[in-house]
Design a binder for this molecule. Structure first.
Ligand code: GLY
Length: 605
């Protein structure tokens, strides 16, 4: 166990454990950290009654207005979801899917699964050539990559069961946003610019297409999300922060959803446009797929960590199982005492992650299509046995020695989005929603103005072999008609003594689970405020590849040296994840954590 003086200095001060001069007392065996990797303490947004934290200021504003008007957290969820479909085209969506975990003010909990499904015509080997090799890009780009969207059915279902305000009032703000236009942030402009060519190639423009409108995202016949002049000429120039993105076709689609609810998407003109788009690009989704799509209410997973209860998403997400496994495996260790991102704490967390991700690749898939051994994976004896031999002071266990299914998982795409909402009565919603890759399949439904997901790539496209994102899995996550692809999304809610404590989640593909874990530990074990907890640099290990991903500044040089001495390979990597969290303090005050890696915004009243 490390001496407490090895704690990063900022954290020592923050935790009130010792004066900063404590660094002078470090033992000679390990160098003293010269600086804390923690970002400076911040002043989080606080509110007395209600709060929304989402990936975009417009979506947060719209959600908060709903709450101010007397809507509940479920109403705000609907409004935020549709707003994100307009202002965050990379990930916000009506053409994708997601999960809601909620906890009512009365303590009742629930989980809604509106994950996409494989179309009825999908088959296990649909992305393989005659030799059985994976055909590059087929599961990630274009019409075949799209699963049957679940978002609109999910929002409708949530509202039918728990909503309070009229549906149309919740969709209308998104209609207005799409009609009037949204001012692009620098990050969104950069995302659109980076994808300009692929929008052209994926959406197959006829030569000499007619175009109208200034900056019209989906003018008739035009490539989506590309700039045009007043005269309709393509401007092969970049978008900039502050430019207005108008989406008239999306506005029309949202109007149909506003007026007809679920049927505004799965039937009538929108459905016809989806089917036409499928015919254009040899996609598989049919009207029967749209008719048959059903969101599912699931029983949320509930587990304990120290004095807290953790409520999270069950399969077809791997997130809840993995988070609860990790927390149980780490509970025997006094992480706070070991120090934030100390070599010892990182060692223990990494060893737990290695084992959990090995389980994930082997056992998890759609519970409606096969048995997922959730109870066994969460059994205390099993988890104790998994961590046998992992002690403070021990070295890295090579992943090759950690038994699991075949294959080499890599990274899932991280273009997903999460929002957290608490209303004035205490209802809490944790929602993570996704198109999978940035802008999903890149296919915009012509005439309907929204992007289709490329969630089919979250299946194991060839069991045992990494797909083009490097993700693998066994038969449990093989493609099957009507089946839901495995997810890592981990929308979670944590309570303490029966009271709400934390609402948390993030995008980030396979890093979602470890990001949610770190934010949770940052708040519960290390006592960071939620803003600091989500901003703090992160680490990630997922069994294979056998290295620790390291965000800039996540480790002190001393911790790096010690981890390398113990056999860990460190892999510096760009920032990942956009954690959005709300913490409720014992006096009822809400504090927000909006990830500074994105345009995420917390607001409350
Ligand atoms: N597409 C990301 C996930 O579901 O985990």
């Amino acid at each position: 166990m490390l001496h407490r003086s090895l704690l990063p200095l900022g954290l020592i001060a923050l935790l009130g454990l010792a004066p900063a001069c404590q660094r002078a007392a470090a033992p000679a065996t390990t160098a003293v950290p010269t600086a804390s990797p923690l970002p400076a303490a911040t002043v989080p947004v606080t509110a007395r009654q209600a709060m929304v934290v989402s990936a975009h200021p417009e979506a947060t504003r719209i959600g908060l207005e709903v709450l101010r008007r007397g809507g509940n957290a479920y109403d705000a969820t609907v409004a935020v979801q549709f707003a994100l479909a307009v202002c965050l085209p990379a990930a916000g969506n009506i053409g994708g899917g997601g999960f809601v975990v909620y906890r009512g003010a009365d303590g009742a909990v629930g989980a809604l699964d509106f994950r996409e499904t494989a179309p009825a015509k999908a088959s296990r080997d649909m992305y393989l050539d005659k030799q059985g090799n994976v055909i590059p890009d087929l599961s990630t780009r274009g019409h075949l990559a799209a699963g049957v969207p679940g978002t609109v059915a999910g929002m409708w279902e949530l509202h039918q069961k728990l909503g309070k305000l009229p549906w149309r009032e919740l969709v209308q703000p998104a209609v207005e946003l799409a009609t009037q236009g949204v001012r692009l942030t620098e990050k969104e402009a950069a995302g659109l610019n980076a994808n300009r060519q692929v929008f052209f190639t994926t959406n197959e423009l006829p030569a000499g297409f007619p175009v109208v409108g200034v900056f019209a995202a989906q003018a008739e016949g035009a490539a989506p999300y590309v700039r045009y002049t007043e005269g309709g000429h393509l401007l092969d120039v970049d978008w900039h922060a502050g430019d207005t993105l108008r989406q008239p076709q999306l506005a029309a689609t949202l109007t149909r959803i506003r007026d007809a609810g679920r049927s505004g998407f799965y039937a009538g003109p929108t459905a016809n446009l989806i089917i036409q788009e499928m015919l254009l690009g040899n996609g598989l989704i049919t009207q029967a797929d749209l008719d048959q799509y059903q969101p599912r209410w699931r029983t949320p997973l509930r587990g304990r960590y120290r004095q807290y209860e953790v409520i999270s998403m069950p399969p077809p997400s791997s997130g809840g199982v993995a988070l609860l496994q990790l927390l149980q495996m780490l509970e025997p260790f006094d992480l706070r005492r070991l120090g934030w991102h100390s070599a010892e704490a990182v060692h223990l967390i990494t060893e737990a992650e290695r084992r959990v991700y090995a389980d994930r690749a082997t056992y998890l898939g759609d519970p409606d299509f096969g048995r997922v051994p959730v109870a066994q994976l969460l059994a205390p004896d099993y988890l104790k046995q998994r961590m046998a031999g992992v002690t403070p002071g021990s070295g890295a266990t090579p992943s090759a020695q950690v038994a699991a299914g075949a294959g080499l998982p890599g990274y899932e795409s991280d273009q997903t989005t999460h929002y957290s909402i608490v209303d004035a009565t205490g209802n809490a919603v944790s929602c993570t929603t996704t198109l999978n890759g940035a802008y999903g399949s890149k296919v915009v439904v012509a005439g309907a103005g929204f992007l289709l997901n490329n969630e089919m790539d979250d299946f194991s496209v060839k069991p045992g072999v990494p797909n083009s994102y490097g993700v693998t899995g066994g038969a449990a996550n093989a493609i099957g008609p009507g089946k839901r692809m495995l997810s890592s999304m981990t929308p979670s809610i944590i309570t303490e003594k029966g009271k709400l404590r934390l609402v948390v989640g993030t995008p980030g593909g396979s890093t979602i689970i470890t990001s949610v874990l770190q934010a949770t530990l940052n708040v519960l074990d290390y006592g960071l405020d939620p803003q600091q907890a989500v901003a703090a640099p992160r680490l990630h290990h997922q069994w294979l590849p056998d290295h620790i991903d390291v965000e800039a500044g996540a480790l002190t040089p001393a911790a790096e040296a010690e981890l390398q001495r113990r056999g860990y390979k460190l892999n510096p990597r760009g920032a990942w994840g956009r954690i959005d969290a709300i913490e409720r303090q014992p006096d009822g005050t809400l504090r927000g954590g909006a990830d500074p890696r994105g345009d995420d915004t917390a607001a409350g009243y």
